[in-house]
Design a protein around this ligand. Sequence first.
Ligand SMILES: N[C@@H](CCC(=O)N[C@@H](CS)C(=O)NCC(=O)O)C(=O)O
Length: 210
Amino acid sequence: MKLHGYFRSSATWRVRIALALKGLDYENVFHHLRKGEQSAPEYLRLNPQGLIPALETDDGDVLTQSLAICEYLDEVYPAVPLLPADPVLRAKVRAFSYAIACEIHPLQNLKILKRLKGLGFDQAQTDQWAQTVIEDGFEACEKLIERQDGPYAFGGSVTLADILLVPQMNNARRFGVTLRWPRLQAIEAACLALPAFQRSRPEAQPDFEV
Ligand SMILES: N[C@@H](CCC(=O)N[C@@H](CS)C(=O)NCC(=O)O)C(=O)O
């Protein structure tokens, strides 16, 4: 498999965690987001959305959208499942994951922040925008799991919810959000104690830059 990504991309990071949890080997293809390489014609042939990640499978199919990729990996490589067997719990794990992937992350994505700047926002205002989006989203995420046991978001096994949370916590720090969600912070700490999460951090990637 080939993973098209970028060290800092939180959507790519999700897929790196899923691959690492399942112990799968893959090749990296890096696309420098700040240099706009996600919009190069060769990459747009793989993903017409001009977003990373994309995963080229062993059979030569190209998959896009990190959640769809994680669920594909879970179906094809079911060892170390990323979703609980119970349908209600599975729906809750997906709901938590979508709260991040559909309601927080897209609003603070590079292209949205660039558009805001194009409309006249300065750096402080775009940072404020991103902070508010993340704070509102995390406030809800903390409540979504208040009745769940730890150490992970949904009990004693890592799920898709944890895979979504850890990269988003890093985005929160990058935008200067003061973290004030004890449960989310405890989950992040528990996840980062695992080798699969450690190996998937941006700092551990070959294309990492300060
Ligand atoms: N919903 C997509 C989001 C993908 C996405 O937004 N990727 C970001 C990097 S984390 C990107 O490529 N941004 C490029 C841009 O905004 O121009 C997914 O989960 O794969």
